[in-house]
Design a protein around this ligand. Structure first.
Ligand code: F6P
Length: 321
């Protein structure tokens, strides 16, 4: 009987998921696997929304944002009977292994599934939050940063024309990676992220000093995890005395055609995932660290917290004080 695996995307969509699906299906097929596609993430695994891969399904998807396999967040997967249902769907189809493209919540769910039923999986990190421990990069981050950069550059046009302050809130859940990188790349004056202490008194004194020396507008980038967007906007109005507006970029950051970087990273992660399964790995996550691709056991990913690059934190430190 031919070897068989299925591919799914799970959790928040991110650019790069489609090239990863395409490459994983093609490369696995070259390695002798029958491949299947699971639609709707974990929910599709439960509902048996699983089909054999056809050329048509994986053609013309490379340049598209989001995930053509669709995705879901599925708390019902925590229920054993629901997982049993998913297992029976796979067993009936002779599917022995899974490739899951998503975030660490999805990897945890698949690890529970592995403990229950012994279905090995390989995880490909994909989330714009870039918050998965053990890997320097998650699919979708470069595309999201470019969307954000374009938005912030546009907002700067109005900020400078109107002599206003703009507070721009970016996604990232509890992680400040997007905010920190954006603040540096876009030349913001203020940056607040959960991982870095900030001091509004010293920020205020610095900005007032700059205004006295000719500064006419201010850009502030805040991570959603700080929950400081509203407050900071009012504070700039009231304490600095500069008219301020808040822009919450929201889901625009998750979409868009994957950048070249995300496409190539997707291919490399996909090949690594198939190779890891082929080599007998049962529950690992693909990682990219210090310029090298590899994989880590799931525990070392889920038991630790992603740490922001200290060099980035040092660079951005002055924006929080
Ligand atoms: O994890 C990706 C992400 O976009 C986070 O940055 C954000 O906090 C969250 O998902 C939003 O979730 P939802 O799309 O379910 O509102």
């Amino acid at each position: 009987m031919a070897k068989s695996l299925a591919i799914l995307t799970s959790g928040g969509d991110s650019a790069g998921m489609n090239p990863a699906v395409k490459c994983a299906a093609e490369y696995a097929s070259q390695k002798g696997y029958d491949t299947h596609l699971v639609y709707d993430g974990l929910r599709g695994l439960i509902a048996d929304n699983i089909v054999p891969t056809t050329r048509e399904q994986i053609s013309g998807i490379l340049h598209r944002g989001g995930t053509m396999l669709r995705s879901s967040r599925s708390p019902e997967f925590f229920d054993y009977d629901v997982r049993l249902q998913a297992y029976e769907n796979l067993k009936r189809r002779g599917i022995e292994k899974l490739i899951v493209i998503g975030g660490d919540g999805s990897f945890r769910a698949l690890n529970q599934f592995y403990s229950d039923f012994g279905i090995p999986f390989a995880g490909i990190p994909a989330t714009i939050d870039n918050d998965i421990a053990g890997t320097d990069y998650c699919l979708g981050v470069d595309t999201a940063l470019n969307v954000i950069r374009e938005s912030v550059d546009s907002i700067r046009d109005t900020a400078s024309s109107f002599s206003r302050a703009f507070v721009i809130e970016v996604m990232g859940r509890h992680c400040g990676y997007l905010a920190l990188t954006t603040a540096l790349a876009c030349g913001a004056e203020i940056c607040l992220v959960p991982e870095m202490p900030y001091n509004l008194d010293t920020i205020g004194a610095r900005i007032k000093h700059d205004i006295a020396n000719g500064r006419r507008y201010v850009l502030a980038v805040v991570a959603e995890g700080t929950k400081m967007g509203d407050y900071l906007t009012r504070w700039i109005n009231d304490s600095i005395g500069m008219e301020a507006r808040l822009t919450v970029l929201g889901h625009v950051q998750r979409g868009g055609s994957p950048s070249v970087h995300d496409r190539i990273m997707a291919y490399k992660f996909a090949v690594a995932a198939v190779d890891a399964l082929e080599a007998g790995q049962t529950n690992s996550v693909m990682v990219y660290r210090a310029g090298a691709y590899g994989f880590l056991p799931i525990q070392s990913v889920t038991d630790s917290k992603y740490q922001l690059d200290p060099a980035l934190l040092r660079l951005a430190g002055p924006l929080a004080s």
